[in-house]
Each structure stands twice: as C-alpha cells, then as structure tokens.
Ligand binder design. Structure first.
Ligand SMILES: [Mn+2]
Length: 335
C-alpha cells in the first residue's frame, strides 16, 4: 500500500465542489494507493465537515482530517496589492494559505496540494514521486504565459526574466516541505506578501513563483487539463512553452480537468456533465455559489477578445479627446 499525503484549502462555500473533487480522486485511485487527506480551513462548519468525511469514508481508500488555520496570515494580509486578477476570481486568505504547507505538515517531507474546482479523470499518484531535487515545488507550467500578455505583465522585469518560461500555475503542486523548511521559505513568502511593490495578480501563484525564484520542477499539463484549451489551439497565432503534442495530449489524455476559469456550477465548461453526474450521485445540494447558468455560453477566448476590444476602444477614445483638445488649444488664437 502506497500512502500519499494530499492537502486542500478552501472555505465553507466550496464544500460541494470539494465533495465532487474528493469523490473523483478516490474513485479513480489505483488499488494500492491510500490518501491521507487534509483540509486547511478557517470556517468549515461541523455539518459540512461531516458531509465530506462521509463521502471519503465510504470510499475506504483515504482518511480525511481538518486543520483550522486560525486565520494565520491575516496579520500579514494587505488586500491593497492582492486581488488584481480577473473580476470573477475570488481570492481569500485561504487562497494564499496553501503556500504554507511547510508549517502545517511538519510530519511530511513532501505533500501534494490540489485545488477543488476539478474533476479527476485518472489515477494521479505518480506525481507524488516527481523529482524535487534542489527544488521547492513542482507544478504545471502555465501554457498561456507566452500567448496572453496579461498573464505575466504585472511582474517586475527581474521577476519576469526569471520566471517567464517557468511560471507554474495553481491547481496542483507537489511541495518539497523538507527544503521549504530548511531554507525558511516561509520568511521569504511573507516578505513577498508584504512587499507592496510586488503586485499579486494571481495571488497564491505569484507568491509561490516569486518566492521559489525558479527553483521549480514540472508536472505534465495532463494534470491541469484546461476545458477551454482547444479554443486557444484553434488560433493559428497561439504559442506556448509546450509542444503541440503536449498541448493536445493534455486534452486527449487528461488526468485532472481543472475548471480554472469557468465553473460547472455557474457556467457550462467542457466536462460539466461529468461534474454534475457526480454531484447528483452524491446527493449534493446547490448552495449560494451556484448561479443560474448563463443562457449564452461564451468561451474564454471570446471574453478575452471583448476585453481586448474594450481596451482598444478606450485607447481610441482617449486619442480622440486628446486630438480635440490639441485642436481646440491651437485654434484658440482665432476664437
Ligand atoms: Mn482552481
């Protein structure tokens, strides 16, 4: 039996997505794998904890524990230079707490971290053995860094230089807790959190990437199969640090579907039906994070395009106003 520690961090609102994630993780696990599961949280009610524990216990190949973080980090938390990402993204202190596995799991030298806005398609135990020699963490390289300027444009030039082809996405990490503790990475992470000159557009990802200074390993893209990646690949201008083979393989042979932008509970991304099937099977109830599904399904690329055009429109409008003012001033003498 191979025992693998894995942790998650989310709040009371995310219990239902977590239930789907946990079920799919355990349902797809190989027979010789046992998961030691942990949830870092600060507000999950006893009733909701029981809901998750019942699902895990029924599967029989894992044990689930809850660890209250007691709002560790809130004293360092300055919302001023966080939450600079997409308006729809919700980041809380619990989002960044996942960087601090070294503190909460002194009994382990390494651990897997996973988001819960996922559905697991295949056994993922292999990544636990990812080579972490001299590295703090391993993650999936962001496939969009090269194509979407917005992904990394907030980084300082020196950080961009260091990270542009190494920036790892959130979603799933394998953390070298031993090295994180030995080198006191926690101190560096708190410095990054408190440094107001470092803009955090992607919060937890920025904190971990900047603190780790490129000492990162890589997990195949199949562990964050993006439901909307195919839309990007259809653009002949799309470029990525991944090869065409790796990009398509992540879609054809996914290990984990990561609903990174659009969630099955308020949108209709690819794989939503599988997600809802598990939701129904587990007899889960819709909560306040579930919105009426949008009638018109827009892809991420379309949304980004509108964003881009809106920006272009603003620039054009500003140029028009400036030229009018200049004309007005230069004509002033005749008026
Ligand atoms: Mn996520």
């Amino acid at each position: 039996m191979k025992s693998i520690p894995i942790f998650f961090s989310f709040d009371n609102n995310y219990v239902e997505p977590a239930a789907v994630a946990f079920f799919s993780l355990l349902n797809k696990a190989k027979k010789d794998v046992f998961y030691e599961m942990y949830v870092l949280h600060s507000d999950i009610t006893e009733g909701k904890q029981n809901l998750l524990s019942n699902i895990v216990n029924k599967q029989g190949n894992a044990r689930l524990s809850f660890i209250n973080t007691n709002n560790f980090l809130s004293e360092f938390w300055d919302s001023q230079n966080f939450n600079l990402g997409a308006e729809s993204s919700v980041f809380t202190v619990d989002t960044v707490i996942r960087c601090f596995g070294g503190r909460f799991f002194p009994q382990y030298d390494r651990i897997i971290y996973s988001d819960v806005d996922i559905v697991v398609i295949d056994d993922i135990s292999e990544i636990y053995d990812t080579d972490l020699n001299g590295k703090y963490i391993a993650g999936v390289r962001n496939p969009f860094s090269k194509y979407l300027e917005y992904e990394l444009s907030h980084l300082k030039p020196e950080h961009y230089e260091m990270l542009h082809d190494k920036y790892i996405a959130g979603g799933i990490w394998v953390m070298n807790l031993k090295k994180i503790r030995e080198d006191n990475l926690e101190k560096r992470m708190i410095e990054v959190i408190q440094d107001e000159t470092i803009l955090k557009r992607w919060n937890d990802q920025d904190v971990i990437n900047i603190s780790c200074e490129g000492k990162v390993g890589f997990i195949p893209l199949n562990y964050i199969s993006y439901p909307y990646l195919l839309d990007f690949l259809r653009d002949p201008k799309f470029e990525s640090d991944y090869t065409r083979e790796e990009l398509y393989d992540s879609i054809i042979n996914p290990k984990i579907i990561h609903f990174a932008a659009f969630k099955p509970w308020n949108s209709n991304p690819n794989y939503s039906r599988l997600w809802w099937t598990i939701f129904d099977y587990l007899n889960l109830k819709k909560t306040n994070i579930f919105k009426e599904l949008a009638t018109k399904d827009t892809t991420l690329r379309e949304r980004l395009k509108t964003k881009k055009y809106r920006k272009l429109f603003k620039v054009a409008l500003a140029a028009l106003v400036i030229s009018l003012v200049i004309n007005f001033v230069s004509l002033g003498g005749y008026w």
